[in-house]
Design a protein around this ligand. Sequence first.
Ligand SMILES: Nc1nc2[nH]cnc2c(=O)[nH]1
Length: 438
Amino acid sequence: MPDIVSQYRADLLHSPERGQIERIPDALVSVDGDGMITSVAQYSAAKTTPDTIDLRGQGVLIPGLVDLHIHAPQFPQLGMALDVPLEDWLLRYTFPLEARYADLDFATEVYGAMVRRLLAGGTTTAVYFATIHAASSLRLAEICVELGQRALVGRVAMDDPESCPEYYRDADAKTAIKDTADFITAVRAIPNNTLVEATVTPRFIPACSDEALAGLGQLAAEMNAPIQTHCSESDWEHHFVHARCGMSDTFALDSFGLLTRRTVLAHAGFIDDDDMDLIRARGAGIAHCPLSNTYFANAAFPLRHALEKSVRVGLGTDISGGPSAFLLDNARAAVATSRMLETGTDPSKEQHSRGVPESRIDFRGAFWLATMGGADVLDLPVGLFAAGRHFDAVLVDLPDTDLVPLSDEDLLQAIVMRATPADLKATWVAGRRVCDDQ
Ligand SMILES: Nc1nc2[nH]cnc2c(=O)[nH]1
């Protein structure tokens, strides 16, 4: 095992179990040359080196945030074009923007700016959809390696001429599958790449032919690759798949070999109990994107029900279906939408018939989703300060927290509910400080 190369003296705040938080004041975190935590101890009891980095008085250290769903090419339209339904949005705004990534210079500029912005916002692990373009999708993976962000990156497959415009689609199913295989091989060949993995990425069932979906399922199995796609996102999408496949997205994806332990399903707002049981049985996970769902989903994802059925769930910003690149905006939106689902929203209805009882989560659950929940979906050893986990961390210095004494719970609630990117003072991924200008 590599020797200890860094030690951090800091106040730690993390969530080992859903619903629980743990604060370790004045801790010493030891990290080896691979960026792996070797021990977490009380400072007074620990053996230190003279170079220990003392973060006391500069804020509290939380685990890095895990964003399970980002459309990297949509970063330039963040906060825009949210006034139309999903199916119009794709055709009017999003496909024309994504088509521009045939231009490698444009891709390099946008992807560099975006990865820097996300690191400054504490996103240490990101799951990206890129575009259909092999070269610029590879450039995104290279930029993540260079700037030090842990990531899963997918070259998007979409070949169905019925739903994808001629100017932006794969020529046919064979091209979609071959370009995906070549992309995975190319990402695996990036020099010094310990951070980025390539995914098989059928955009969603409506954009792909059956031949492409089946071929991509087979490819994922052959190359042991992770998979990401959209699932039961909106009324339109959910009914489209039922009409075409005669079953839900979940069952259809499974029939194509696309529902595995390594699958991340974005949104999943319309999944029912049978879908949840199948998702749990296959071990797939869900990227819950509450801000995006507000605009495109037509309903609130039954988050707590899914968690109580032991479905693995984390959070996604869904840039740019959601208007914020900051994952904690989605953590607080997850709290808000779960409470609206529980209470209901139509005041003309009686209280007892207005909502779905026992739907709410609180700030503890939201913090867990943003850290450990995402780590769990990806089976990555991040999300927690413990030996054997990567040192992916964020230093948060929330203003005005010294005006009255705060309990650990108060401090965490304040971070989850009101921190902004400006309150994040440093970000580390695998022991490397990746953000100097916060
Ligand atoms: N939110 C969202 N849903 C999709 N479904 C298919 N493509 C997309 C996309 O880019 N964003």
